[in-house]
Design a protein around this ligand. Structure first.
Ligand SMILES: Nc1ncnc2c1ncn2[C@@H]1O[C@H](COP(=O)(O)OP(=O)(O)O)[C@@H](O)[C@H]1O
Ligand SMILES: [Mg+2]
Length: 362
């Protein structure tokens, strides 16, 4: 297949995306696919050929900064470049890539792509919406509140009183739509609550305040469309107090333990929960499902679903499949075929609708 590896993007995870794309491109090539690089820079401009290759090899700084204001058309790809591939593998993390926006663009163009469609991508990216969907499917979520930044800014004292009435310190304050722990704070006392809310409010108009627990972090990889398979669970042991931005990307002390040391029963339970969560959001192809396990009570709560998980050589998603007996090149190959399969399914439905419309008497 001619595989468009789409990477970079406007989110805070731009550099991680480049590392992930290196791995995906190498694995696709190893399987004999022809890789076409498609890069999006921090400003949203699309690059192909030599500049995309340099971005992949050397990092984001090879791109010249814009010399004039970016226009909407700068942020749209040249269609003929997008449609010259058989399938696109979006290796973009966070907003404007993992959230359904790029998936919508590809749907509109009719280009097959790897991974979840618009709905699952958008639902998974919004922590507030995702939690209501998880709850509706009987998955345990930690107690939480959804606040609008406008209300918080207008009624700070009432907000603080409300949080204290419903949750107890420590609480985690998060922007609803972000990743990489950006804008997230652990709050242990009243004095720190307002600054944390203001920080989250910088990134989103919607804020989540969640009951904090002393947690083990358990993750499961999912692969498949209609019959999703779950990998063995893994555990992240952050080198810091919690898995913040530094722990994720800068701290060499963070360790992955595969398989996670869990009883057989519990391992089975989280794998089932991961499949339920994937189905609940209508996921496709791949996802990494993250859990928080209360160290005191042993209760496992679902935290979030990442529809485009990290694909760096040290990332949990490919490592869990490796531990489950599937090497990286096979994994990427399977994902490409799952993307084609999903595209075929929607095309069949489309053809059916067109055929039926044609039969209507005029
Ligand atoms: N309710 C919580 N209790 C304990 N730790 C938490 C809680 N919520 C988040 N964390 C910590 O913060 C990290 C990032 O939170 P998460 O919701 O996963 O956001 P992101 O989408 O940025 O990864 C988690 O990996 C965990 O270490
Ligand atoms: Mg997370």
């Amino acid at each position: 297949m001619r595989v468009g590896v789409l990477f970079g993007g406007r989110s805070a995870e731009h550099e991680i995306s480049i590392l992930s794309a290196r791995y995906v491109a190498a694995m696709a090539a190893q399987r004999g696919h022809q890789v076409v690089l498609m890069a999006i820079d921090r400003w949203g401009r699309w690059w192909f050929d030599a500049m995309a290759e340099r971005m992949l090899a050397e990092g984001p700084n090879v791109v010249p900064p814009p010399t004039r204001a970016i226009t909407p058309s700068d942020r749209l790809p040249p269609w003929e470049r997008l449609t010259e591939v058989d399938i696109v593998f979006p290796v973009l993390h966070g907003p404007f890539g993992e959230d359904g926006t790029v998936q919508g663009l590809l749907e509109l163009a009719g280009v097959p792509y790897v991974g979840s469609g618009v709905t699952a991508s958008a639902v998974a990216m919004d922590k507030a919406v995702a939690k209501s969907v998880f709850r509706a499917h009987g998955l345990p979520v930690l107690p939480y509140m959804v606040l609008s930044w406008a209300d918080v800014a207008r009624w700070p004292h009432a907000t603080i009183a409300d949080v204290e009435a419903r949750l107890s310190y420590p609480v985690f304050v998060k922007p609803a739509n972000l990743g990489s722990s950006v804008g997230i704070s652990k709050v242990t006392c009243r004095e720190a609550l307002w600054p944390a809310l203001a920080e989250a409010g910088k990134y989103d108009r919607k804020i989540i305040v969640e009951q904090g627990i002393e947690a083990r972090e358990i993750e499961v990889s999912i692969l498949g469309n209609d019959r999703p398979q779950a990998s063995v669970p893994g555990e992240v042991i952050p080198g810091r107090e919690w898995y913040d931005y530094q722990a994720k990307y800068e701290d060499k002390g963070t360790r992955l333990v595969i398989p996670a040391p869990l009883s057989e029963e519990l391992a089975l339970q989280v794998r089932e929960m991961a499949v339920t969560a994937f189905r609940a959001i209508d996921g496709a192809g791949m996802a990494r499902v993250d859990f928080l396990m209360d160290r005191r009570t042993g209760t496992v709560y679902i935290n979030e679903v990442n529809t485009i998980p990290g694909f760096t050589p040290v990332s949990m998603y490919p490592k869990l499949w490796e531990a489950s007996g599937m090497p990286g090149d096979e994994l990427v190959d399977r994902l490409l075929h799952l993307g084609m399969e999903r595209h075929g399914q929607s095309k069949n439905i489309e053809a059916h609708i067109v055929a039926e419309t044609d039969q209507q008497p005029s």
